[in-house]
Ligand binder design. Structure first.
Ligand code: SF4
Ligand code: SF4
Length: 83
């Protein structure tokens, strides 16, 4: 995507690039909604949606992996994703 940035009276066109960042990804089909991940997340990035499965807010997640280490069902992986 092209954006314009005004600097010293001139317009400079810059290309914004998507980046890869490490984020927690949940296999929702295997999640047992125990809430362990919710309790340990230091960023408050996980909620249990409709009492069914964990849901990660990718804006808040910093990819620390604490949720994955605590998950008793081993259904969280920290992966590189496009943001
Ligand atoms: S990786 Fe860290 S910040 Fe992201 S959801 Fe898991 S505990 Fe929270
Ligand atoms: S700790 Fe694992 S099984 Fe429990 S709610 Fe989180 S993702 Fe689901």
């Amino acid at each position: 995507m092209l954006v314009s940035n005004e600097r010293k009276g001139r317009f400079i066109h810059m290309e914004t690039r998507t980046k890869k960042k490490r984020k927690a990804c949940v296999n929702v089909n295997e999640c047992v909604a125990c809430g362990c991940c919710v309790k340990v997340c230091p960023k408050g990035a996980i909620q249990i949606r409709k009492g069914i499965a964990a849901d990660v807010d990718l804006e808040k997640c910093v990819g620390c992996g604490m949720c994955a280490r605590e998950c008793p069902a081993s259904v969280i992986e920290v992966q590189e994703v496009q943001v």
